[in-house]
Design a protein around this ligand. Structure first.
Ligand code: C2E
Ligand code: CA
Ligand code: CA
Length: 243
């Protein structure tokens, strides 16, 4: 599928408090024959089981670097966040690999952000802290993905070498007590501010959610309200149109 160019990155914009697109997240899609566009949940679990996930992730990271190199030539200063599967750590030295990639494409490491899911923090704290620290030493911006899903204690944040906290609205959407959910988000945003960590909420679907989160002090936003994940060309049109 990689050889046939069926595996592709879709890009979803990340906006700041002024609604300006400052970057995006690269999300994998498998454009498979007559099946249309397959979302990750249809194939990532099996790839994680059989070990092939590392090949797909390495390819996605390379695609991100290619896009960043093209944008650099255009004078665009946007970042791309890439996903790392916890399983990747078994197969490759992720910090070393990413470092060699940005060197190959002559990029600033700040432009390639690295998303590590919170759940791995709980199962393998020390190893994850070590990897995050090494990524940061190379100059990458480290993001903790799906914050709130892994039941790690807020207390752990003190020791985490992380730059950005991605809070997923989906975890809170399920709650039937929205007031409680609001309080939780508000406190996470405040806490990250105090710790010098940038807060990002994802799954922002409405203007009112955007306004509320913005009032709470959240710095970055991602969600259908701005756009769904789209092919690169479409994302570039969005940037030209909105920025
Ligand atoms: P994630 O990293 O948490 O990515 C965010 C997911 O939320 C994406 O689903 C995105 O399309 C979806 N989303 C964005 N905005 C909204 C919104 O406003 N409302 C709702 N309901 N959903 C929204 P997607 O693209 O299906 O990806 C699912 C998961 O698959 C990702 O969750 C990530 O864990 C994994 N994944 C995606 N791409 C890659 C990849 O290249 N490598 C690895 N290892 N995992 C990936
Ligand atoms: Ca992610
Ligand atoms: Ca997420």
């Amino acid at each position: 599928a990689i050889k046939n160019r069926e595996i592709r990155p879709y890009l979803q914009p990340i906006a700041d408090r002024d609604g300006v697109i400052v970057g995006c997240e690269a999300l994998v899609r498998w454009v498979y024959k007559d099946q249309g566009v397959l979302p990750p949940f249809k194939f990532i679990p099996s790839l994680e089981k059989n070990g092939m996930i590392a090949e797909v992730d390495k390819y996605m990271w390379r695609c991100a670097c290619e896009i960043l190199a093209k944008w650099k030539q255009r004078g665009w200063n946007l970042f791309i966040s890439v996903n790392i599967s916890p399983k990747d750590f078994y197969y490759i030295d992720v910090p070393e690999y990413l470092k060699s990639l940005i060197d190959e494409y002559h990029l600033d490491p700040k432009q390639l952000r690295v998303e590590i899911t919170e759940s791995i923090m709980v199962s393998d704290t020390e190893k994850t802290i070590d990897i995050m620290g090494r990524l940061r030493n190379y100059g990458f911006i480290v993001e903790m993905d799906d914050f709130g899903s892994g039941y790690s204690s807020l207390n752990m944040l003190k020791n985490m070498p992380v730059d950005v906290l991605k809070i997923d609205m989906k975890f809170l959407g399920k709650s039937d007590d929205t007031q409680k959910a609001d309080t939780i988000v508000k406190n996470i945003i405040n806490l990250s501010m105090e710790l010098g960590i940038t807060s990002l909420t994802e799954g922002v679907e409405t203007q009112s959610q955007y306004n509320i989160l913005s009032d709470m002090g959240c710095k970055l936003f991602q969600g259908y309200y701005f756009s769904r994940p789209v092919p690169t060309e479409e994302f570039e049109e969005l940037v030209i149109e909105k920025n």
